[in-house]
Design a protein around this ligand. Structure first.
Ligand SMILES: [Fe+2]
Ligand SMILES: [Fe+2]
Length: 440
């Protein structure tokens, strides 16, 4: 029955857009509406609504649809309810919608357990009367506006749930590090020589061209121009080579196909680059010795955001999510899920536990009891670069001198100032080199 606090939720299922629009116009005076244009999506929406604990109250279900027709949908819905042992009074009310010629299938639907039916074409009065007969009253404008607002909020939170669901069920395309990058990481781990690394990297022409470009940039330029990869790597040295291979190979992650989130993605790249450099500076300054490459760890700590941006973008392009959803809501989903995503990615990629931990907890150390030094460095780097403006436009930047990582690392005020100065210089340098050598 109609609850005073919650407006009924309607699911409109019809393959004809005109019919859906008309239904929506009428039903939205009673509650909130969702519509789908086919049977399969109807069943999916029905199940999702149950899963997210906001079931539909009434389904207006067109009988005549291609592929799965209305009676098929009804059957699956009743089956699902039976499986869940839903009490008869809690079952969703189903109104079958049909052209008058379909009376035969209507009999089937009654047998399958529909609650009412509506003959097309219908008037506002007929449909409204049916809803009122089922025990609902039209909402006043204020309640309606309130309901719509909270529904939109739920939908957005659902983006996050939808992301997690698809993720858990393996329905999402996850990025993989390129083959060459994985092999490169193996070589680095095995402490290979420059020659070994050159032999591997030259298999990738694009990468080779860019690396030679980097080695010939104003910053590294020698007397003679480097023409081969081995010359280039020798000039740059192993450490710098590692850095630039990492940058070039991961740059593609921070590209977006559509223009929707282009700016966010650019900011994310800048934030990641700055975090990588900052993490390295801190590590050197404190003479820490890590098994994993802290530069890569810094560069990829927010990689979960990349996946989320792409995914939300996809939902928006398909019209599943609001295109104009405010930055605030989008940010909420990002902040809530990106750590977990990053962690799962690293796990899939076979990266070490340290990577998984930094992805998961870099924004909130309180989530874990085992705070490693690596995590402290990334946590600190993350806040430092934000405080210097390298990053997304985040509203709240924690005070650097009060950050737990600052304390645990024992960084003094003057050390922080030195780190900041070095970071600003190195950032400029890296950006210049990458621009000059046309990093793709
Ligand atoms: Fe983050
Ligand atoms: Fe970050």
């Amino acid at each position: 029955m109609a609850n005073e606090n919650t407006a009924p939720r309607f699911l409109i299922v019809d393959d004809e857009i005109a019919s859906r629009t008309k239904m929506r116009a009428i039903l939205s005076t009673f509650g909130v509406c969702e519509d789908v244009d086919n049977g399969k999506d109807a069943v999916e929406s029905f199940k999702n609504a149950l899963r997210y604990n906001r079931p539909f109250t009434i389904i207006a279900l067109d009988i005549n649809m291609p592929e799965m027709d209305g009676s098929g949908v009804l059957e699956l819905i009743r089956e699902e309810e039976a499986k869940r042992k839903t009490a008869p009074s809690d079952r969703v009310k189903v109104i079958m919608v049909t052209a008058s010629s379909d009376r035969d299938s209507l009999v089937t639907c009654v047998q399958l357990g529909c609650d009412d039916y509506l003959i097309k074409p219908f008037t506002r009065e007929t449909l409204s009367k049916k809803i009122i007969d089922l025990g609902f009253t039209p909402l006043d404008e204020e309640t309606l506006a309130e309901q719509q607002k909270s529904e939109r909020r739920m939908e957005r939170i659902d983006i996050g749930m939808e992301v997690m669901r698809r993720f858990a069920q393996g329905e999402m395309d996850l990025p993989r590090p390129s083959r060459i990058y994985s092999q490169f990481l193996d070589l680095v781990r095995e402490e290979a020589t420059i020659q070994d690394i050159a032999d591997l990297l030259k298999k990738d022409v694009g990468l080779t061209v860019v690396l030679i470009g980097v080695s010939n940039s104003v910053y590294y330029r020698g007397v003679e121009e480097n023409k081969t990869l081995a010359q280039a790597l020798n000039r740059m040295g192993l450490e710098e080579t590692k850095k630039y291979v990492t940058l070039i190979c991961n740059r593609e992650f921070y590209r977006t196909k559509s223009s929707l989130h282009k700016k966010t993605m650019e900011r994310l790249w800048e934030h990641s680059l700055a975090s990588a450099i900052a993490a390295e500076i801190v590590t050197n300054k404190l003479k820490l010795d890590f098994a994993d490459d802290i530069f890569t760890m810094g560069l990829l700590h927010d990689v979960g955001k990349y996946v989320l941006i792409n995914f939300v973008e996809e939902l928006q392009e398909k019209g599943v999510a609001d295109t104009d959803s405010s930055r605030e809501d989008f940010g909420e989903v990002m902040n809530k899920y990106h750590g977990k995503f990053g962690a799962v990615l690293f796990d899939k990629w076979g990266f070490s536990d340290k990577y998984i931990q930094t992805a998961m907890y870099h924004d909130d150390l309180s989530g874990t009891k085992q705070v490693s030094r690596e995590l402290l460095v990334i946590h600190f780097a993350n806040i430092l670069v934000k405080s210097m403006g390298y990053g997304q436009d985040e509203d709240e930047i924690p005070e650097l001198d009060q950050a737990a990582s600052t304390r645990h690392l024992g960084l003094t005020e003057s050390q922080i100032e030195e780190i900041k100065a070095e970071l600003a210089e190195k950032m400029e340098e890296a950006q210049m080199i990458m621009a000059e050598s046309a990093v793709p």
